[in-house]
Design a protein around this ligand. Structure first.
Ligand SMILES: NC(=O)c1ccc[n+]([C@@H]2O[C@H](COP(=O)([O-])OP(=O)(O)OC[C@H]3O[C@@H](n4cnc5c(N)ncnc54)[C@H](O)[C@@H]3O)[C@@H](O)[C@H]2O)c1
Length: 258
């Protein structure tokens, strides 16, 4: 029987690439994202259908615990099973430490931390209901392993994901549910670095573009990470070769943290 994977934040970026890779691996895919992302999600669905797998759009706001449970139910009912949950949805707000406001903290923590916890709860309950040895794979970041300047809020949410991954792996091991995480380095193709670079230059006075250049210069493998690099890791963690791996967070960063 075809296996089913749900990916949150799957309408674009890393989540879309993970969806395509898992479809290549033979999964049917629930492309989950905010309702406003439906038209982008439909493009991802068309690509998955061309690969020969089924795909549906599941609207969800991961900050709403009941909505996440409902989304998992919908994916399992419509696709006829539930085997893998990728808690990928996340936001990266860039701010100097002194400028962090309560609303910024609430926004980032609700999506990056609460959303991951709700996703783990809903997926694990479904795996237990269906008696499936499921896989849960969470989005952390290298910023959660080593804090980045102007990224205190983000770094701390992603550090929390590492801890949550360890704890959930422990608690759900008796149900044969493996819980792991991926920690991407900075993706070169998103606009995220431009914002970090701008805020860092306000702090250290380096010209615009220099902070990014300096960072990329420290990556031993000589380039920023691409969604394809991360999707390869998720594909491994979702597959049979990762049967005995749980509670781990893997950096995919070209050695940037070395
Ligand atoms: N891009 C990077 O450099 C990088 C580096 C390290 C970690 N990450 C992490 O990888 C994950 C994906 O990153 P990306 O670069 O593809 O981001 P992205 O901004 O391109 O995509 C994020 C997706 O999450 C969705 N989303 C946001 N809030 C949501 C909510 N409340 N409910 C449901 N969906 C929501 C968005 O609609 C979007 O489709 C994130 O968790 C991010 O923190 C990214």
């Amino acid at each position: 029987m075809t296996k089913v994977a749900m990916i949150t934040g799957a309408a674009q970026g890393i989540g879309a690439e993970v969806s395509r890779h898992l479809a290549q691996d033979g999964f049917d895919i629930a492309v989950a994202d905010l309702p406003g992302q439906e038209s982008k999600a439909q493009d991802v669905i068309s690509e998955i259908e061309k690969i020969g797998q089924k795909a549906i759009f599941v609207p969800v706001d991961v900050t709403d615990q009941a909505a996440v449970k409902k989304a998992v139910d919908e994916a399992a009912d419509k696709l006829g099973g539930f085997d893998v949950m990728v808690n990928n949805a996340g936001v990266a707000k860039v701010d100097k430490f002194a400028d962090i406001k309560p609303a910024d903290l609430e926004f980032s923590y609700k999506i990056n931390v609460f959303g991951v916890i709700y996703g783990i709860q809903a997926a694990a309950a479904k795996f237990e209901e269906l008696n499936v040895p499921g896989r849960i794979i969470n989005a952390s970041s290298i910023a959660g392993m080593h804090a980045f300047p102007v990224w205190a809020t983000y770094s701390s949410t992603k550090a929390a994901v590492i801890s949550i991954t360890q704890d959930a792996a422990n608690e759900y091991a008796h149900s044969h549910i493996n819980v792991n995480a991926y920690a991407p380095g900075v993706v070169g193709t998103t606009g995220m670095w431009d914002e970090i670079d701008k805020k860092m230059s306000e702090i250290n006075g380096k010209p615009i573009g220099q902070n990014k250049k300096d960072y990329v210069g420290t990556i031993p493998l000589g380039r920023t990470v691409e969604p394809n690099d991360i999707a390869n890791m998720v594909s491994f963690l979702a597959g049979p070769k990762a049967d005995f791996i749980t509670g781990q967070t893997y950096a995919v960063d070209g050695g940037g943290l070395l």
